[in-house]
Structure formats: structure tokens, C-alpha cells
Design a protein around this ligand. Structure first.
Ligand SMILES: [Zn+2]
Length: 363
């Protein structure tokens, strides 16, 4: 008798082993600009170590002088280059954990974080219910492992605030989190990143709480929830959450998922209120991309079934391990990246001051 699957496959994922393959802190990259530092700001970067210094004192951070802001990757940042300043801020977590997690999020060598996981499948056939497990390796690519950021490594500086922040209120329980109203910006509140004295800052708040992750196009801030999976073990899915939230905070991208009783919020570039708008915004890209990321017109976007999204399933539809932004979102992010030269500048200006934002955002 032929087996016929009568119901969908339920997948449960367990973490077995975590093996990682990510950056080494003292590695140079081929496309990093040369070190022609001349401005006052650049001179403030202290203690860029030579190899000998680093061997003698591997734990010594590289600090922007007069601040509490350290480099995530030694020798990589140039404060006087026209770059996007990603600033990590940890809330409610040991500082050593924050520091150990940063390389996973930045993914400097684009190798991703390899995790061996066990998927448990439950299949209902005509003969009954069967359970089987499958061992697979998933790779979680971080910021510099994800296009279009991967091709623009010289457009970024990565910093972290060397001072863990407290939450303003106690964390909500996981149960109340499911009401969808406990956004992390209610719990992880700070403006400490301003102390770095940098322009073009995109803070990423690692919010150790059961709150709802959030990314704000208005404030440039991204809030990442549940950075731990169990105890003090790193939650690799928070890497994908970061990619999703940065889509909001840096790219102004819309959520591509729907929500029961959600309030429709379509907007440029990836969530069109009508088929006509969708054709106007991304008609030229239809057919590009592969599989889940092939561009077309799909019903359901920005919390409502009447809006259109450009791909069946991108990272803006859910923080799923295998998904990227897709061609439409990548084009928008590339436009934003193009606003930065990545080069030395005597006069670095804000690229996205708030009044300009509203003008740029099409509805
Ligand atoms: Zn979102």
C-alpha cells in the first residue's frame, strides 16, 4: 500500500551541539580601507594593537577614547570614515556574554554560525502516526554574512557599549508576551549609545527579556529579544531576528507577515496596498530570485491579507534560518548603503536625520 501523507509535518527543533565558525578578532579583511587616519576622531581610537600587544594582553578592548564604546572587531573600525555605526547595547545580561555573542551577530568572515540540530517530525499516514528524527546542520548567517551587507563590509563600524544597562521594568512572562503587545522598547530603554559621540548610529539593543522584538525606522533602533535559548546558552535564532529588525531600523522595510486582527500598515518598498502599487514598486524585478525568494505578487503583508508582498517568504516575513531579504528588499537596502562612501571624510554628516525620513518614505 502506498503511503500517503494525510497531514502536514510538524517540526520540532532541539539544539544538540553548537559548533561555531566565526570571526577571529585580529583578522584583516581584503576590502578594508587602508589606515589613512588623520582626523581628530580617528586619533582618538586608542590601542589598535600589533600582534605582539594582542598576544600579551588579548582581553584588552580597543576603545574610542574618552567614551565607553569599544570596537567589536579590533583594527576594523574607522570613526572618521563615512560609515554606518552599528552600536550594540546589552541589557540584563553578564558583560562577558554580550562580548561573546557579538561575533555571532556581526559574522565578520561571513561563515555564519553552524549549529547541529535535531528535527523531530510527526507524520500521520494511513497506517497511523509515526515519529522520526533527522539530524541536520543549519548555518545562521549574521550581518556581514547576509546580502547586501556582505558586499559592503567597508560601510560599517561595529561598536559595543562597555556598560550593561538595566531594564526599566521587570521582564514580562513568556505567556504575556504572546499577547504581542509587550514590545521590547518598553523594557530596554536607554540612550547610552549617544555617549559614543558618533553620527549615523544604528543601535542594536540585546534585550534579555521575553518581550517582542522591534525595529524602528523612526529612531534607528533595533531591539532583539531572547538572546538566550536555555540558561546562558546563546540562542542562534536571535541572529535572524537581528537581520529582520535591522531591515526595519536601517532599511525602513515593512513586516511581510499577517496577523489576526492586525492593523494594516502597507508601505514602500515591500508592502503594497494594491496590485497597481506593487507593479509600480517592484514590477521590474518580477521573476528574479530563487524559490521562496522569487519575486512576484503575493497576497498578505504588513498584518493584513489585502496587501501585497514581493516574495513568498523572506526574512521580513519571519525570522527563519534559511531566509534572506530577497531582491526587492535588497535593492532598498543597497540604496541606503549607497548613501555611505565608506571612505575617510573630514565632514561626516547624518545620512538619515528624521525630517528627511518621512520625505523618503513612499506610502
Ligand atoms: Zn518586524
Amino acid at each position: 500500500m502506498n503511503r500517503k501523507f494525510l497531514s502536514g509535518t510538524l517540526v520540532f527543533i532541539l539544539f544538540l551541539l553548537a559548533g561555531c565558525s566565526f570571526l577571529s578578532l585580529n583578522k584583516n579583511i581584503s576590502n578594508a580601507p587602508n589606515n589613512s587616519i588623520s582626523s581628530k576622531l580617528a586619533n582618538q581610537i586608542s590601542s589598535i594593537p600589533d600582534n605582539q600587544t594582542e598576544l600579551q594582553n588579548p582581553e584588552k578592548p580597543e576603545r574610542l577614547d574618552g567614551t565607553i564604546c569599544n570596537s567589536v572587531i579590533k583594527g576594523y573600525n574607522h570613526a572618521d570614515y563615512e560609515r554606518i555605526n552599528i552600536i550594540f547595547v546589552g541589557f540584563n545580561m553578564p558583560k562577558e556574554d554580550l562580548i561573546s555573542f557579538l561575533s555571532k551577530y556581526t559574522d565578520y568572515d561571513s561563515a555564519g554560525l553552524s549549529i547541529k540540530i535535531q528535527e523531530k517530525h510527526k507524520i500521520t499516514t494511513e497506517e497511523g502516526t509515526e515519529l522520526y528524527t533527522e539530524n541536520i546542520t543549519k548555518i545562521f548567517y549574521g550581518l556581514l554574512g547576509t546580502e547586501p551587507f556582505k558586499s559592503n563590509k567597508n560601510k560599517f563600524n561595529f561598536w559595543y557599549v562597555d556598560q550593561i544597562q538595566n531594564m526599566s521594568e521587570s521582564s514580562p512572562s513568556k505567556k504575556t508576551n504572546k499577547t504581542n503587545s509587550n514590545f521590547c522598547n518598553s523594557y530596554c530603554v536607554s540612550d547610552i549609545e549617544g555617549a559614543c559621540g558618533l553620527k549615523n548610529i544604528y543601535p542594536i539593543y540585546l534585550c534579555n527579556a521575553s518581550c517582542r522584538s522591534y525595529g524602528s525606522w523612526a529612531t534607528n533602533k533595533a531591539y532583539i529579544h531572547e538572546v538566550y535559548s536555555k540558561g546562558r546558552k546563546f540562542n542562534p535564532y536571535s541572529i535572524k531576528t537581528l537581520i529582520h529588525e535591522l531591515g526595519h531600523s536601517f532599511g525602513g522595510l515593512r513586516d511581510e507577515y499577517t496577523q489576526i486582527n492586525g492593523t494594516s500598515a502597507p508601505g514602500y518598498p515591500n508592502c503594497a496596498p494594491s496590485l497597481e502599487k506593487a507593479q509600480e514598486w517592484w514590477g521590474d524585478l518580477v521573476g528574479q530570485g530563487e524559490a521562496q525568494l522569487k519575486v512576484g505578487y503575493f497576497k498578505g503583508c504588513s498584518y493584513n491579507n489585502s496587501n501585497y508582498r514581493p516574495t513568498n517568504s523572506s526574512i521580513m516575513r519571519g525570522s527563519v534560518v534559511d531566509l534572506d531579504y530577497g531582491p526587492v528588499n535588497e535593492r532598498r537596502l543597497s540604496e541606503r548603503l549607497a548613501e555611505y562612501s565608506g571612505n575617510y571624510s573630514t565632514n561626516i554628516t547624518e545620512k538619515d536625520s528624521l525630517p528627511q525620513r518621512n520625505q523618503r518614505t513612499k506610502n
